[in-house]
Write a protein that binds this ligand. Structure first.
Ligand SMILES: [Fe+2]
Ligand SMILES: [Fe+2]
Length: 159
């Protein structure tokens, strides 16, 4: 194994640990668009972006896994983001006391408000969610991504 491989966080293993921590604590909205598979995909992408950007990878993956936990439907708008942050806060304090709850909740509560950001953690979540928009039949716009890492990923995967 090379030095760079050994330094790369094992995102799948981290996702398994994060998911296991929330089993029985979260109600997963059962939807092909915003259900468990979407949470997993956004968590992995957020971790990948965070690793490239210098944000905390575990915080980004937890934010990704929880970002839509307050969803009750597939509608647009920011209300579900606020609800998700409210649901996430006590779970984060209980299960992930070593990460910055305020930062993660800020990222979750702003992930659907239509603004790019310089905040590395919020940007990782925002971009990870944007990179999955193709599943909704939407085009992922580079100018609406926050991080250079996500812009690079978009070029590699879609363009
Ligand atoms: Fe969302
Ligand atoms: Fe989402």
């Amino acid at each position: 194994m090379t030095q760079s491989q050994s330094d790369t966080p094992d995102l799948q293993a981290m996702l398994s640990r994060i998911e296991a921590a929330f089993v029985g604590k979260l109600r997963y909205y059962d939807s092909g668009l915003h259900g468990l598979s979407h949470l997993r995909e956004v968590a992995l992408l957020a971790g990948e972006i965070a690793a490239e950007s210098g944000a905390d990878v575990e915080s980004a993956m937890v934010a990704g896994f929880l970002h839509d936990c307050g969803r009750m439907n597939d509608n647009g708008g920011n209300l579900h983001a606020i609800d998700s942050a409210k649901l996430a806060r006590p779970l984060l304090i209980e299960l992930f006391p070593h990460i910055d709850t305020d930062k993660v909740c800020h990222a979750i509560s702003t992930h659907a408000d239509g603004l790019t950001t310089d905040d590395l953690l919020a940007g990782a979540l925002w971009d990870a969610d944007r990179l999955t928009l193709k599943r909704l039949g939407m085009i992922v716009r580079e100018d609406l991504l926050s991080t250079p890492a996500a812009k690079q990923m978009l070029k590699k995967r879609i363009l």
